[in-house]
Write a protein of this length. Structure first.
Length: 260
């Protein structure tokens, strides 16, 4: 059996990373290493003879553009891929299929795939959407899925089989995103810099006060979720309307799905 597992993920608010770590625990291999694509990777990586767990959040039914660019820098040689799309309880649309296409194009062989639910980036106290997910039930399923992958790796006859995942080509069209970003309450901000560190696109800088370049912002909401002083928040109509709709129409709990 291949002895090493790589986790490769884009995960601004950590839900995708959490799911991958739990699956890796279930697979039970000792050597685990991480390639975090949330902050841009400079070099192209080649991964040989490994099992790679790829994880992305779903943005507008697709693989986030920033993640897709980064993923294309990871090339596989004789490596097997497990693909995970984590979505905020609306839908994953074409994201899992797109992830499969990207990684297979780079030389990986898909052996299993799954979708999980993570707290929605736009979730707030007023409009909670999939709050605290992945929860205990999700993480138990992730670990069990890892155990199934372990069994699969020990069964070469099953490993050779191909399978489809849901989704359509051409993928869902992406409309134009408005240039908006979270804002800062300067009364609460102590300029600790956490938001600057977690921002995947370097959209935030400290120039006497915290300033955000909305043109670079992908609305991942990492700055909002990680700010220790609750000084970052969304005040745009765009996020407010989206959160209201999600809360109204997508509150019914969805469950992880598995494909092998
Ligand atoms: C710009 C944007 C678009 C999103 N689009 C979707 C979507 O189409 N469907 C969905 O269910 N969740 C959507 N989400 C929610 C994320 O997929 C979800 O919060 C995920 O858990 C975030 O992953 P992370 O914690 O690894 O960053 C979107 C989030 C953002 C920021
Ligand atoms: S994380 Fe919050 S408190 Fe810290 S600098 Fe950013 S906005 Fe200010
Ligand atoms: S400024 Fe935008 S891109 Fe940067 S962390 Fe905040 S929401 Fe994400």
């Amino acid at each position: 059996m291949t002895q090493k597992v790589h986790l490769v993920y884009f995960s601004p608010t950590n839900t995708t990373k959490k799911v991958l770590e739990e699956i890796a625990k279930g697979i039970g291999l000792e050597q685990i290493s991480n390639i975090d694509l949330t902050k841009p990777l400079q070099l192209t990586e080649e991964i040989s003879d490994r099992i790679v767990l790829f994880g992305v959040p779903v943005y507008r039914g697709r693989v986030p553009a920033e993640a897709s660019e980064q993923l294309k820098k990871i090339k596989g040689r004789n490596s097997k891929a497990v693909l995970i799309a984590v979505y905020g309880n609306r839908d994953y649309d074409d994201a899992l299929l797109e992830l499969k296409d990207i990684t297979e194009e780079s030389g990986f062989k898909t052996i299993a795939a799954a979708t999980f639910i993570g707290e929605h980036s736009f979730s707030t106290e007023q409009f909670p959407i999939a709050v605290n997910r992945p929860d205990v039930s999700d993480l138990t399923k992730a670990e069990q899925f890892g155990k199934k992958i372990k069994n699969l790796l020990e069964d070469p006859a099953r490993l050779g089989k191909t399978f489809d995942v849901p989704g359509n080509r051409p993928y869902k069209e992406l409309g134009v995103m408005p240039e908006v970003s979270p804002v800062t309450d300067n009364q609460k901000c102590d300029q600790c810099g956490v938001c600057i560190d977690v921002c995947p696109t370097n959209a935030i800088l400290l120039d006497e006060a915290i300033k955000t370049n909305s043109a670079l912002c992908i609305l991942c909401c990492a700055c909002v979720k990680y700010c220790p002083n609750e000084a970052r928040y969304n005040d745009s109509d765009f996020v407010h309307t989206a959160a209201t709709k999600l809360y109204t129409f997508c509150s019914k709990r969805k469950e992880p799905e598995f494909f092998m």
